[in-house]
Design a protein around this ligand. Structure first.
Ligand SMILES: [Mg+2]
Length: 395
């Protein structure tokens, strides 16, 4: 059996070694069902591709053409399964090429993207109402996050040829939500009003800096500003303006929510954000920040939904797939789009558009959306704008 070249780099990957590794995963105690289904299909494809024609060759009177294995339906299944197998091998090779010692964000982000493109989104026969992304081990996301965070240590005057990221995080958010709910401004559970508040705050920061992309979930938002901006080059100017714009917009929205219920916002109910600035040399590096945050959203959304569902404490220690199965069985899926996948906003031509609304059967999960195209490029589709308003950046 000829060795198959790795999809990334020149390291050869032996298909039999990959197969042995896959079987090892299937036998491992506690193997996730989605992993078993995906990898089992790949192994099935292997069997059909290599064993069925050989069975035809073992006839009494020399080589025999197996009618069954040559029928159009089987040929079509064989080629389909063969494709699945090749993808599984390439994906395994790409994942095997990931290097935990790699300190170069550009090359690591390129490898992670390749793995995402090759791996199929997970499927699970007990999860019907939630979009699953390709499975990538947590350690690789942790590694990506470490590399991204290293780019947020920048203290010098900002270069004009780099992408700038602004990553804002709500401070004491749990306390803020508890006070809003105790004062009657919000009902208990996940609240779409807070999702809209975060989207509005994210949009305001995007418009302030001429950003092309913003992504928000939970109490955080990440904003990407393209190179060649004419704004001041001091890091302190950027982070203080971003944090104050987000804080002001969020508090204005909360005051409006209180007014709708005939209430006044108490003095102690005050949202505020901290902000980190990152400098990235390429769109790929900048995009990796979004992918890292989207992977975090994937884990946190299931945990939050379990918390709001009033599930027993032991359920909180389940892994993400087990939590989703728990929610599915109890009618807790689908989650609201923003809660499940966050909101990806694209800016341009004075407009800000929601890109992961799920319109036109497009994925809502960023880790699936990025498999088709870069999250930073492509036309702004007016059909995908969120309903109710035509959001415009201020002049
Ligand atoms: Mg926070």
């Amino acid at each position: 059996m000829a060795a198959v070249s790795s999809a990334i780099g020149a390291r050869p990957i032996c298909p039999w070694r990959v197969l042995r590794a896959e079987l090892h995963v299937l036998r491992a105690p506690g193997a996730q069902r989605a992993v078993v289904v995906t990898r089992g299909a790949a192994i099935g494809a292997w069997v059909v591709r290599w064993l069925v024609p050989k069975r035809g060759q073992r006839g009494k009177d020399g080589p025999v053409q197996s009618n069954w294995s040559k029928s159009p339906g089987v040929e079509s299944s064989k080629s389909k399964l063969s494709r699945v197998l090749r993808l599984a091998i390439d994906a395994s090779a790409a994942e095997a090429a990931l290097d935990p010692e790699n300190a170069d964000l550009e090359s690591f982000a390129q490898q992670m993207r390749r793995v995402l493109e090759l791996k199929r989104p997970q499927r699970h026969d007990q999860i019907h109402d939630h979009e699953l992304a390709p499975l990538i081990q947590k350690k690789w996301w942790t590694q990506l996050g470490k590399l991204v965070k290293a780019h947020e240590e920048y203290q010098k005057p900002l270069p004009t040829n780099a992408w700038i990221s602004l990553r804002l995080d709500g401070c004491c958010w749990g306390t803020l939500m508890a006070r809003l709910k105790a004062s009657g401004i919000l009902d208990y559970g996940f609240r779409s009003e807070i999702a809209e508040t975060m989207i509005a705050s994210c949009r305001a920061v995007m418009c302030e800096f001429g950003a092309v992309v913003g992504y928000t979930h939970s109490d955080e938002m990440s904003i990407l500003v393209p190179p060649l901006t004419e704004l001041p080059s001091h890091v302190s100017w950027w982070v203080s303006i971003a944090a104050s714009v987000a804080t002001a917009t969020c508090n204005r929205m909360l005051a409006a929510l209180a007014a709708q219920k005939g209430l006044t916002l108490e003095d102690r109910i005050l949202a505020h954000f901290d902000c980190r600035l990152g400098v990235f040399q390429s769109p790929l590096e900048a995009e990796s920040l979004l992918l890292w945050r989207a992977s975090d959203c994937n884990v946190n959304s299931a945990s939050d939904a379990i918390k709001f569902s009033g599930a027993p404490m032991e359920v909180r220690s389940f892994n993400t797939i087990q939590k989703l199965i728990y929610l599915q069985r109890r009618g807790g899926l689908p989650l609201q789009r923003h809660q499940a996948y966050g909101s990806l906003l694209r800016g341009g031509d004075g407009r800000v558009v929601l890109m992961n609304s799920g319109a036109h059967a497009q994925p809502m999960h960023l880790l699936n959306l990025c498999r088709n195209a870069s999250l930073l490029e492509g036309p702004l589709d007016a059909d995908t704008a969120w309903p109710g308003t035509t959001p415009q950046c201020r002049a």
